[in-house]
Design a protein around this ligand. Structure first.
Ligand SMILES: Cc1cc2nc3c(=O)[nH]c(=O)nc-3n(C[C@H](O)[C@H](O)[C@H](O)COP(=O)(O)O)c2cc1C
Length: 398
């Protein structure tokens, strides 16, 4: 029974204070005993955060953020994949208030969510990843801080040491710079690394082409403030120059052998690459298609999750990104075997819509929806979510 159903039953004494007949929030000091769907907050839903981000950003920056690569088949698949799975509740389970806390690579989280390493962050809000990390620290969420960000790893770590726990790096470019960056991340206080493996060159971004839009070097060079374009080609390598060969798993394993920090392999979509990543020494894998921004027409990350879970066989923890837009998406990813999710555009949109406050509000909405979904499923926490609670939607079996 929903709060609204309850309030219409004649035999139940009216709540104190009663909701005015026009449906607006009660004004008395007595709190309503019902779940309230009215909020004094500027953003009542994640959808409103998106609408505000669209209003706030210049159209070409909106396209850069919202868009994908090629014909955007993968971008669309990421979103529709969540609707191809249905959850199955268990009734009368005796479950208590859902416990959302967990740990990932030794990082304590108040809910199973990290924010993604999205670079060029100052295009979205002047405080970029500083604001994201501050909001994350307040919410008990961790940041994956990008190499190609507008602020340096150190600046973000200083702004919010409790949240800036993973540093993201592209395994490409000059190996000496790569080795120096591994040491630099450890010195800045990060506890793990995220290596982006699916980005040996930038994706085919048609919205940017149509808009004649290039990201300015200064918004991606927070970690390399003194580097000119030629030096950046050495560090962010093929993102800019597109000439170097892609590193091999063996080269990666060799260059990570002395890493002071454990690392997560970002961009895994197949069981065989998950296996290769684990053999190369990855301490976690992130099932991801880069939010549909790299190779277009690859499958939705969620649809590849069961294959990766089977290949990994519990040897390392698994994260998932690409398409998470609401709390029930998080629950579905966990039920299919992810340990945590990583949110990209949702966090970036919240940053654009309202800076630190916007990201904080997004976390509140995610947390509440995750909690509500878990409770309605009859579970008592994220640990209890399993594949017995999810199955392909009827429509996807036709
Ligand atoms: C504006 C923007 C910039 C990004 N920059 C990076 C980056 O520098 N490095 C990286 O590994 N991923 C980058 N990503 C990809 C995200 O880390 C993440 O994989 C993706 O956004 C997840 O999908 P979602 O947006 O559907 O949540 C970027 C994503 C966006 C939207």
């Amino acid at each position: 029974m929903t709060a609204t159903d309850a309030s219409t039953q004649a035999e139940i004494p009216p709540a104190r204070p009663t909701r005015p007949p026009d449906g607006t929030a009660p004004t008395g000091t007595d709190p309503s005993p019902f779940v309230s769907f009215t909020s004094a907050d500027r953003f009542a839903t994640v959808g409103e955060i998106y609408e505000e981000a669209r209003r706030a950003l210049p159209p070409q920056v909106w396209d850069f953020l919202d868009g994908g690569s090629g014909g955007e088949q993968t971008l669309r698949a990421n979103l529709s994949s969540f609707e191809r799975w249905s959850v199955l509740p268990r009734l009368m389970t005796g479950a208590g208030e859902p416990d959302l806390a967990c740990a990932f690579l030794g990082i304590e989280l108040s809910m199973p969510v990290l924010t993604s390493p999205f670079g060029a962050d100052r295009l979205l809000h002047r405080d970029g990843q500083l604001a994201v990390a501050r909001a994350n620290a307040k919410a008990g969420v961790a940041s994956i801080v990008p190499e190609a960000g507008s602020y340096s790893w150190e600046e973000v770590a200083t702004a919010a040491p409790g949240a800036a726990r993973m540093a993201q790096l592209h395994p490409m470019g000059n190996p000496a710079n790569f080795a120096a960056m591994l040491r630099r991340a450890a010195a800045a206080g990060f506890s793990a690394l995220c290596l982006t493996l699916d980005c040996p060159t930038a994706g085919w971004r048609e919205r940017n082409m149509r808009n004649r839009f290039d990201v300015a070097v200064d918004v991606v060079s927070g970690n390399y403030p003194h580097a000119g374009p030629a030096d950046l080609a050495d560090t962010l390598g093929q993102l800019f120059v597109r000439r170097e060969p892609i590193w091999t798993w063996d080269e990666l394993a060799g260059r990570m052998a002395d890493s002071p920090l454990p690392w997560m392999a970002k961009g895994i979509l197949t069981g065989s690459d998950a296996e290769a990543a684990v053999l190369a020494g990855a301490a976690a894998v992130l099932v991801s298609n880069h939010g549909g921004r790299q190779l277009d027409t690859v499958p939705a990350a969620l649809d590849q999750l069961p294959e990766v879970v089977a290949a990994v066989g519990g040897r390392v923890p698994i994260a998932l990104d690409s398409g998470i837009r609401r709390g029930s998406d998080v629950v579905k990813a966990l039920a299919l075997g992810a340990d945590v999710v990583v949110i990209g555009r949702a966090a970036a949109m919240a940053l654009a819509a309202g800076g630190e406050e916007g990201v904080g509000r997004l976390h509140e909405l995610l947390r509440e929806e995750i909690s509500t979904t878990i409770k309605l499923l009859g579970a008592s926490g994220v640990d209890e979510l399993t594949d017995t609670m999810i199955r392909p939607s009827a429509v996807s079996r036709w």
